[in-house]
Design a protein around this ligand. Structure first.
Ligand code: KG4
Ligand code: ZN
Length: 334
């Protein structure tokens, strides 16, 4: 069989990314242009600026990805793109670029769900054994997804308020750390000599849902208390207390679900999978439970187009294509 090449585009938030992937899982190039520096001074992603930056970067990143892969556009067999969820203006740039390419090259268009991408980033590093459970933790999402078989997604738990990464970013902001704050809170937590005890939101005993807004409020209350007493804030102890609360809850719920549904593998994915404390705790729990754990390398955990190709490849192999009428869907469900 002749090798096939998917070109994938991801623009759902603040990274413009284009990847070329051969035969579904061999990443030939995965170029990511981050807008973080642009958004940093606003303390978060500004949607209007994100869209404009995607427009500016798209053709440059596209050419770079094709060149880095050592292919030409005539080698491309299908164009995949993140259809949603995400910022509507940002998604539109990717979708319009993908449609134009698909039309010009006369190849199929494959719309892809962003979270399917995060989950199937794991296809790029290993073989997924079903049933599997994915713990998706990112700036926009916190979900436990049961995968009974390839391409089937059953969301068994989700956040009722903030996403984990969002909570990290808000806590970081309250501690005057730069955006995005997750890595800074993680580092502080590792350095802390002790932890300030904070609440854990277990919700109903049988629930796989999450809630982080109460924890975030508890952090803000601690900061206010220190300020009122005129005491300096022990940022490290607070970061560690916050991180321990998050890790205790997400790992406990993931392990309970893994056992209840008898999964053969646990997949950790999304930007917060970069968190050292989370990776270490999950690794040791999985080892104790004799449950194989897949965690993509950092470059495949944060938003990138190779993960979109990995998810789109399942549709490619089933011949599930989209028409050129496909629309960006900011609220697309899995
Ligand atoms: O998956 P991602 O790149 O974008 C979304 O699709 O949301 O995730 C970005 C999120 C940000 O909230 C960032 O603060 C968080 O991942 N993050 C971390 C760490 N590295 C990135 N959170 C905690 N610890 C980290 N080491
Ligand atoms: Zn993402």
């Amino acid at each position: 069989n002749r090798p096939y090449h998917l070109l994938a585009i991801e623009t759902s938030c603040d990274e413009t990314s284009v990847a070329i992937v051969r035969d579904g899982t061999e990443v030939l190039s995965n170029v990511v242009s981050s807008q973080i520096e642009t958004h940093r001074r606003f303390g978060g992603v500004v949607p209007e600026i994100a869209s404009r930056k995607h427009v500016e970067s798209m053709t440059v990143i596209l050419e770079e990805a094709v060149a880095a892969a050592g292919v030409t556009l005539s080698d491309i067999d299908a164009v995949a793109v993140t259809q949603g969820p995400g910022l509507v203006g940002a998604l539109l740039v990717g979708v319009v670029a993908a449609k134009s390419l698909a039309l010009a090259l006369d190849v199929p268009l494959i719309g892809t769900h962003h979270i399917a991408g995060h989950i199937y980033a794991n296809r790029l590093i290993g073989r997924i054994e079903y049933p599997a459970l994915a713990l998706v933790v990112s700036g926009g999402h916190t979900e436990l997804v049961l995968l009974e078989s390839e391409g089937s997604f059953n969301i068994i738990g989700r956040t009722r308020d903030d996403a984990v990464g969002e909570a990290y970013d808000k806590v970081a902001r309250a501690l005057s750390l730069p955006y995005p704050g997750g890595p800074h809170v993680d580092r502080l937590a590792q350095e802390a000599a002790e932890a300030i005890e904070l609440p854990r939101a277990w919700l109903e005993p049988d629930s796989y849902d999450f809630s982080f807004s109460g924890l975030k409020s508890a952090v803000l209350a601690e900061i206010n208390r220190s300020n009122m007493k005129g005491k300096p804030i022990d940022a490290a102890a607070l970061a560690r207390g916050f991180q321990e609360s998050v890790i205790d809850v997400v790992t406990a719920k993931a392990m309970r679900a893994a056992s209840e549904f008898g999964v053969r593998q646990l997949l950790l994915c999304g930007g917060v999978a970069a968190n050292r404390g989370l990776r270490e705790r999950l690794a040791s729990l999985c080892e104790a439970a004799n449950l194989p754990l897949l965690v993509p390398p950092m470059s495949l955990c944060t938003d990138n187009a190779a993960m979109i190709a990995a998810a789109a490849d399942l549709k490619w192999r089933r011949g599930e294509f989209d028409s050129l009428d496909m629309k960006a869907e900011p609220q697309l469900s899995l």
